[in-house]
Design a protein around this ligand. Structure first.
Ligand SMILES: C[S@@+](CC[C@H](N)C(=O)[O-])C[C@H]1O[C@@H](n2cnc3c(N)ncnc32)[C@H](O)[C@@H]1O
Length: 400
């Protein structure tokens, strides 16, 4: 049907009927691609139809969402409602949470108009999918991270960009965020290492971001591509900056019969934390600094996930040249990062790019930017495999 023929009244009625019971609509849609088309279409339509006044209200009140979400989290209001699939009277919620009735009524009104909870009747409320999402502890820590870290940097961004005269912000220290901390030119990672509470929130934030997302193993058969004709001495996978080893473990789990060694390299404190446990699942862990030449020679693959997006090109080139010292003609680098398209980027990919800019002065790169960077280190880009169309996660395969 051409858009001129759209029956807007009927469309509005259909939307209203979906919104009467969104949870059963979610179940009926059944297909993730369709669900995403509806979510994106609905969001874009809502913005496209806005009047000026509505635009100002949407942007001008956006800052309320995060602190109010945290009020609901810290007061246990969301956890209380999400604990049972039934409506609650306001008096019962007040008793369970200790929030004064007058305040509670105002909070619940705000949460209802921002779709965080459902109002069933006068003074009667029930959890929705949003309330349940916000009552998960890891999700709460991700919001706490955003409040304590990213939000400060984001609010400082206009002043910071003006101060650096709108130059390319990649690699400039202090970043929009770290300039709110008074740590001068120290890299924000150094501040994080000295603030365990913030490191814990950062790790929760990263866990939440990864939740339910595909892995590169889903798009690339590691065994077929890189593990043919191996023996117990073959070095299959060097997980550089591998942290506590989520990807090395996944490799061992998916291909339990692979012949060959899996090595993880990281900073001393990380290796000390993970080494013994990794050994029990067939992974060797060793200390290696990415700013020194690779000491493991001739592995089939050298894998780096989420390392490069924190650094500007000169630093990335250093890391690549150092990694290259291990490569032979039969080795490849597997760089697991976002690869942004030239147009029609997803919101997730674009948001992630500005998040790393604000926090660590980093950048998510396009294919062209990856190719130039690899070439500058004397490496060739061989293939880019996108394995998550939502986040633009991809594996960049490079070699000598
Ligand atoms: C964002 S995390 C990514 C972890 C892991 N690759 C993943 O995707 O789950 C960055 C990792 O790089 C490590 N790292 C930072 N600086 C390093 C260095 N100079 N040498 C080795 N590893 C380093 C950190 O300890 C951390 O584990």
């Amino acid at each position: 049907m051409a858009s001129n023929d759209t029956n807007y009244e009927a469309l509005a009625d259909q939307i209203k009927s979906i919104l009467k019971d969104p949870e059963s609509a979610t179940a009926k849609i059944g297909n993730e691609a369709t669900r995403r088309r509806l979510v994106e279409g609905g969001r874009k339509l809502s913005v496209a139809l806005e009047t000026n006044r509505e635009t100002l209200r949407r942007i001008g009140y956006a800052h309320l969402q995060l602190p109010f979400a945290l009020v609901g989290v810290e007061s246990k209001l969301f956890a209380t409602l999400a604990a049972e699939p039934r409506p609650f009277k306001i008096t019962e919620i007040s008793e369970k949470t200790g929030i004064h009735l007058n305040l509670l009524k105002r909070l619940l009104r705000y949460y209802e108009v921002t779709e965080v909870i459902a109002q069933i009747d006068d003074d009667t409320y029930q959890a929705t999918n949003i309330t349940r999402a916000l009552s998960n502890d890891d999700h709460a820590n991700s919001l706490r991270w955003t409040r304590r870290i990213t939000a400060h940097g984001a609010l400082n961004l206009p002043d910071w960009l003006e101060k650096i005269e709108y130059k390319d912000p990649v690699g400039i220290l202090p970043t929009a965020w770290s300039s709110t901390l008074n740590i001068a030119d120290k890299h924000p990672y150094a501040w994080l290492a000295n603030n365990p509470w913030a490191l814990e929130l950062a790790q929760a934030h990263m866990r939440v971001q990864r939740e339910g997302r595909p892995l590169f193993f889903d798009a690339l058969n590691f065994e077929e591509r890189f593990a043919q004709n191996t023996d117990s001495e073959t070095i299959l996978f060097v997980d550089i900056g591998g942290s506590t080893g989520p990807q090395s473990r996944e490799l061992r789990k998916r291909f339990p019969n692979l012949k060959g060694r899996v090595l993880l390299q990281d900073r001393p404190e990380v290796v000390a934390q993970a080494k013994e446990e990794l050994k029990t699942v067939g992974i060797e862990a060793e200390v290696h600094d990415i700013f020194t030449p690779q000491t493991v020679k001739g592995a089939r693959t050298y894998y780096l996930r989420n390392i490069f997006h924190a650094w500007g090109d000169p630093t990335c080139k250093q890391i690549l040249v150092n990694a290259k010292a291990g490569l032979t003609e039969d080795s490849v680098l597997l760089i697991d990062e976002i690869v942004l398209p030239e147009r029609d980027a997803t919101a997730q990919g674009a948001q992630h790019d500005v998040e790393v800019m604000i926090c660590v002065g980093g950048i998510e790169r396009t294919r062209d930017q990856w190719e130039k960077l690899l070439n500058s280190a004397g490496l060739q880009l061989r293939e880019v495999i996108n394995y998550d169309t939502d986040f633009e996660d991809s594996v960049v395969i490079a070699g000598l």
